[in-house]
Ligand binder design. Structure first.
Ligand SMILES: Cc1ncc(COP(=O)(O)O)c(C=O)c1O
Length: 391
């Protein structure tokens, strides 16, 4: 009898982590790989956590989090995006990662179909598999990496016998850095509503939009949206592991059980830091956004100079760039050679599903010095790699 569950056995560690681990030992490597803010957590948040430790805040919190945190989150997301979740409709989770897992495991039955625009962040597929549901991906490459209403209508029609239950949206999007306007989302919601789909909307990068405001999906489709957010990116708090699930009460009451049996509750100290972040750190995200925007502008101007195509990023901290046509090999081979020969690490596009093949993701959650040096190295390397000649 096999000891390991067959579904788990078939799941792999994500391509992002595998590639990052493979290139990390290269001496002098500049890593533009992980979606990990290089900026420190703001000092006032750290102070609140230190105070929490001094106050012996070292016990379990209520399952859904401290009530003060739920109230702070309710007010913060209302002020930021006009969301109207009551404190009782918010669960504090172990990062957005647990929020996604809790939402999917609570709602999916074996055999359910889940739509996912791709290329996509790699954390959804394994959880859908654990729930014995199946993913139906929609390749967004041809429409500039944005899901269009027409594509959605066609996909729903083509899969009408597949028990379509839900769609996972993530915007600003990892890995492409695109985001949607309110009008684009409203057009998608018209299709989603007529198909009566549940939406799991991962908006973890909501504070990082450039040139346009973020529209929260639940402001357009409150009745069947599960909103995922958190402090990892907005407040540079990835290691604190604090995220949120927000949804109508009936859904929250079910998700509370999954959350309890997965994790009980998230760290009490992180929650106390979170209360401070959400009440005294309203502008923290905007300050970081200005820094990321300057880096984005620098990066895309250098990529243009070097002659590489990219998808114009309006959010998150990624640029999705195209493997040059004269490179004979896939995106994994390209990123491997770039790492080995130029000592610059980026993530191969195939780590984000087959639709990402031929592209690579650069994370600009890295210092300007690192970005400058890496672009100089890339430029020199590009001038040296053999160009395929026409015959
Ligand atoms: C789209 C997306 N969702 C969720 C996460 C995970 O966030 P957290 O660190 O809060 O678990 C990430 C992290 O990179 C992400 O890119």
């Amino acid at each position: 009898m096999p000891v390991i569950n067959q579904i788990i056995h078939q799941i792999q560690v994500s391509g992002i982590r595998r590639f990052d681990e493979a290139v990390s030992p290269i001496p002098d490597i500049i890593k533009l790989t992980l979606g990990e803010p290089d900026l420190p957590t703001p000092a006032h948040i750290k102070k609140a956590a230190i105070q929490a430790i001094r106050d012996d805040c070292s016990h379990y919190s209520p399952l859904m989090g401290f009530q003060r945190l739920q109230v702070a989150a309710s007010q913060y997301f209302n002020q930021k995006y006009g969301l109207t979740y009551a404190p009782s409709e918010i669960i504090a989770t172990v990062g957005a990662t647990e929020a996604v897992a809790t939402a999917l495991l609570t709602c999916l039955n074996p055999g359910d179909g889940v739509l996912l625009p791709t290329p996509n962040y790699a954390s959804y597929q394994p959880v859908v598999a654990m729930a014995q549901a199946h993913l139906i991906t929609v390749d967004t490459t041809s429409a500039g990496y944005k899901l269009t209403p027409a594509q959605l209508v066609a996909t729903i029609a083509a899969h009408k016998n597949d028990h379509l239950k839900a769609i996972i949206l993530n915007y600003p999007t990892n890995p492409t850095g695109i985001t949607y306007t309110k009008a684009e989302l409203a057009a998608l919601v018209t299709v989603i509503r007529s198909a009566n789909l549940l939406v799991i909307s991962d908006e973890i990068y909501s504070e990082l939009t450039y040139e346009q405001p973020h529209t929260a999906l639940a402001t357009l489709y409150p009745e069947k949206t599960i909103t995922i957010n958190g402090l990892s990116k907005s407040h540079a708090m990835t290691g604190w592991r604090l995220g949120f699930i927000m949804a109508p009460l009936a859904l929250i009451n079910e998700m509370k059980k999954t959350h309890q049996y997965l994790v009980t509750s998230t760290s009490s100290i992180s929650q106390m830091a979170g209360i401070d972040a959400l009440t005294n750190g309203l502008d923290d995200g905007a300050k970081m956004r200005d820094i990321y925007q300057a880096r984005r502008d620098y990066l895309i101007s250098r990529l243009s100079e070097i002659g590489l195509n990219y998808c114009y990023p309006t959010g998150a901290f990624y640029v999705f760039a195209q493997v040059p046509a004269d490179f004979t090999g896939n995106s994994w081979a390209f990123a491997t050679q770039l790492a080995q020969q130029a000592h610059v690490a980026v993530i191969p596009g195939s780590a984000f599903g087959p639709a990402g093949e031929g592209w690579f993701r650069i994370s600009y959650a890295a210092s300007m010095t690192a970005l400058r040096t890496s672009m100089n190295r890339l430029a020199i390397w590009r001038s040296q790699v053999p160009i395929k000649t026409e015959d």
